[in-house]
Design a protein around this ligand. Structure first.
Ligand SMILES: NC(=O)c1ccc[n+]([C@@H]2O[C@H](COP(=O)([O-])OP(=O)(O)OC[C@H]3O[C@@H](n4cnc5c(N)ncnc54)[C@H](OP(=O)(O)O)[C@@H]3O)[C@@H](O)[C@H]2O)c1
Length: 333
């Protein structure tokens, strides 16, 4: 099969023939129709990710058609159009992942190939209103945003929500999910065009976090926030205490702009705040996200699409974070 192989840190992807994956019990072979990039692929390519190994086929996100299963009992899946849950071996606890948890596309070969093998338990039927490219845009970032908003922050209709860094892949999904859930969504971004793009998705308004008084600007637009999704962290995180409502839930799953700054603990206990860490999501979260997408007939935002063999051009877009929405790879027509 053709695959994009990464042979070392800061190398270009090599588009070449490799052996087809060999199935083990409980596994399925998916003919990949489309895949998409995550920031994770970018960091791995730069060597800034734990557990690197080479050569590796990257790609956590993918959708396609099941072409083979190892076990007779899984025959139902053959020929089915699927979206793959990249959260592997989550384990038995809804609250946290198991020690064996890993993400498709390192250490196991991922979706940037004509075929990928995955556990049958990672297969979910593709929502019918989505194309393969749209389905492939969703898994990792969509799941992370879904768990953060619903399983962690318990988002309700009418909540005021702030999504920090609207341009982040996860943020685009957080905006889509929160708008569909009937929340009042506001964003921050370092880029005025991305604030406008967020408004086109249904956000009410936004402010530029590069302006010193962005917290005061927010306070002129809304009295306070019930939910904040902020995976940038850094100094800006402390400003949230200027506009949180009592009982607010602040969720984070990354630290794009640094670590947690010094926080005023008195505000945390007096306002009964919850500051919650989150990571990807469980199979139950993934299933719930797909039902939510079906119910609201949501389409993800795709910034651009490239052929698999043009992946070296595609990943360059991530250097400056200029994109709004996902970068998709069309693998097989
Ligand atoms: N734990 C998990 O399961 C998990 C899963 C997915 C992602 N993550 C982490 O979550 C973070 C977001 O990931 P991603 O792939 O969605 O996004 P990403 O593309 O890495 O995010 C880049 C965006 O971060 C925003 N940003 C940068 N500096 C900022 C600052 N000082 N204040 C506010 N926003 C700032 C920018 O938004 P604007 O362009 O709008 O300015 C930029 O476009 C990353 O740290 C990633 O590693 C964790």
């Amino acid at each position: 099969m053709k695959a994009l192989v990464l042979e070392g840190i800061n190398q270009e992807f090599i588009y070449k023939n490799v052996e087809n994956p060999v199935l083990e019990t409980g596994e399925a072979l998916v003919k990949v129709k489309a895949a998409s990039f995550n920031r994770r692929d970018f960091w791995i390519k730069k060597g800034q990710y734990a557990g690197l190994k080479f050569p590796i086929i990257l790609g956590s996100d993918g959708a396609g058609i099941v072409s083979e299963v190892k076990d007779e009992t899984d025959k139902y899946w053959i020929g089915k159009e699927v979206i793959i849950n990249p959260s592997l071996l989550w384990g038995d606890h809804e609250e946290f992942q198991s020690k064996a948890f890993n993400i498709l596309g390192l250490p196991k070969d991922g979706t940037f190939a004509e075929y990928v093998k995955v556990p049958v338990s990672s297969l979910f039927e593709k929502p019918q209103h989505l194309s393969f490219s749209e389905a492939a845009a969703i898994p990792l970032a969509g799941l992370t945003a879904y768990r953060a908003l619903f399983s962690k922050a318990k988002l309700k209709k009418g909540d005021n929500v702030l999504i920090v860094g609207a341009g982040a892949g996860t943020s685009t999904f957080a905006i889509l999910w929160a708008v569909a859930a009937g929340a009042n969504v506001y964003v921050t971004s370092g880029n005025a065009d991305k604030i406008e793009a967020a408004k086109r998705l249904g956000a009410i308004d936004g402010v530029n976090y590069k302006e010193d008084d962005w917290d005061q600007q927010l306070l002129q637009k809304v009295s306070g926030f019930d939910v904040i999704i902020d995976s940038a962290l850094g100094a800006g995180f402390a400003k949230h205490f200027n506009y949180v409502n009592p009982g607010a839930r602040i969720v984070f799953f990354g630290g794009t702009a640094g670590n947690l700054p010094e926080l005023n603990g008195r505000i945390i206990f007096w306002k009964q705040l919850q500051i919650l860490g989150s990571t990807m999501g469980s199979p139950q979260d993934f299933k719930a996200m797909l039902s939510f997408i079906e119910d609201h007939k949501i389409h993800p935002i795709i910034d651009s699409a490239y052929k698999l063999e043009d992946a070296n051009d595609a990943i360059k877009l991530m250097e400056n974070s200029d994109q709004f929405g996902k970068i998709v790879l069309d693998v097989t027509e």
